[in-house]
Design a protein around this ligand. Sequence first.
Ligand SMILES: [Zn+2]
Ligand SMILES: [Zn+2]
Length: 81
Amino acid sequence: MPRKKKGKKLTTTESSVQHIPQVFTAKCAQCEIKQELQACDICDRAKCATCVNKHREEMKLSQRNAALKNKIDQLRQQTGE
Ligand SMILES: [Zn+2]
Ligand SMILES: [Zn+2]
């Protein structure tokens, strides 16, 4: 097999760059600190990682609370009045 190129491997950063989520530096919609922002996957607003995580956690919590509430309601119905 003939060698195409001799020597150095060209390690382009292109392939790794594609995996990085799109970020840009601006004022966070929530905490108003200028830093790297990303789109919040809950509300779609441009937020910093901290606020995005916060919103995710809040979402998880409210979902869990809603699930708990449903369960309690179900139990209530089962026990009857
Ligand atoms: Zn923020
Ligand atoms: Zn959000």
